[in-house]
Ligand binder design. Structure first.
Ligand code: ATP
Ligand code: MG
Length: 326
């Protein structure tokens, strides 16, 4: 299952992603955690110290390796140079699985121990000013999008992405790559403004969008969120002393997390798990092709000097039944 946490800066995306990741790990589930946010804080939120976080390999620096591995022997993708972030897999492409070892994980993922269970952590690397403009070609999140589009994940396997709600993810189609998108919102006008923008994009693409209220202090906050986002409000989370202690560098054992917050995390997991039955790999593949053609036309063809529409393999559908190519 692929899960995104999005929301306004400072809303609590990283905090809630990290709690959800800890929760899944505590259940013994296989987890890949991905930091694709502008502010790269997921490593520290999972307990890494500054030096460990700074030493994580950046996916953005390893794009050639990622592209070369994923294109495999796909005859429609002649070289890594013509592979852009939206290039879809086809016959001959190599696909990623959550539980396997592969050269992409070797290069880009590092194990993080959480109360005895390890998760894999991958990070895009720090964003520069150029990443925040319209520079699609060098997009940091492009490496993540490529991986998601080549990743075949099953039930009870989790890929959790801490992500910005920026325009980059809308232009590329990144926002359509998830079974569930948790929009973290504080009970303020600014907090819900990102929801409105997201909802508009989400509606056109059938995105499973759920709002997680954060830093909620009482019934008035809940009423406010309910009035603003209606049925999309899944659950609310209040101030957590556990989180505060963790931020002081003294993380208590995860089993000591407040009961209300534990219940909230359980509900997130139930929501994700129940999305499995609504999965539609054909639509998933169709959407990646849609955004690839859009990106090809708007900048990719010109940039690579190739007709990138020819990369689309019309007979290919990503899915759990697709045989791995070696
Ligand atoms: N439920 C909570 N209880 C206590 N502290 C919280 C809670 N949620 C968030 N915080 C604190 O609020 C601050 C911002 O949270 P966080 O870093 O998770 O937000 P973010 O959306 O990832 O921000 P950014 O946009 O900077 O990446 C952090 O110091 C975090 O510890
Ligand atoms: Mg963050």
């Amino acid at each position: 299952m692929k899960i995104a946490f999005v929301g306004k800066g400072g809303s609590g995306k990283t905090t809630l992603s990290s709690l959800f990741i800890r929760h899944l790990a505590a259940c013994g589930a296989p987890v890949i955690a991905v930091d694709a946010d502008i502010n790269q804080h997921l490593g520290p939120a999972l307990g890494l110290d500054e030096a460990e976080a700074a030493g994580l390999p950046a996916m953005g620096d390893r794009l050639p390796l990622i592209k070369d591995y994923l294109r495999g022997s796909n005859p429609r993708v002649a070289s890594a140079g013509t592979m852009i972030k939206t290039t879809p897999p086809g016959e001959g492409s190599r696909l990623l699985r959550v539980r396997e070892n592969n050269p992409v994980y070797d290069a880009c993922a590092r194990p993080v121990e959480l109360d005895g269970n390890a998760v894999r952590l991958m990070v895009t690397g720090p964003f520069t000013d150029a990443d925040l403009g319209v520079s699609c070609y060098h997009s940091k999140t492009g490496a993540v999008e490529l991986c998601l589009n080549h990743l075949v994940d099953g039930r009870d396997e989790y890929v959790v992405v801490d992500m910005t709600a920026g325009s980059d993810s809308f232009a590329s189609g990144m926002f359509t790559r998830f079974d569930v998108t948790f929009l973290v919102a504080e009970p303020t006008r600014k907090g819900v403004s990102v929801y409105r923008q997201y909802k508009e994009y989400a509606r056109d693409y059938g995105i499973g969008l759920k709002v997680v209220g954060n830093k909620v202090q009482g019934p008035e906050d809940v009423d406010f969120l309910r009035a603003e986002v209606g049925e999309d409000l899944l659950v609310t989370v209040g101030h957590s002393d556990w989180v505060r202690a963790m931020e002081k560098g003294r993380p208590p054992r995860f089993e000591l997390l407040e009961n209300a917050n534990r219940r909230a995390l359980n509900l997130l997991q139930t929501t994700v798990d129940s999305a499995y039955d609504r999965r539609d790999w054909e639509r998933y593949t169709r959407q990646m092709v849609h955004f690839h053609l859009k990106n090809a036309e708007s900048w990719g063809n010109e940039r690579t000097g190739a007709d990138l529409a020819a990369q689309v393999d019309p007979g290919f559908v990503l899915g759990e039944g697709v045989a791995a190519s070696v």
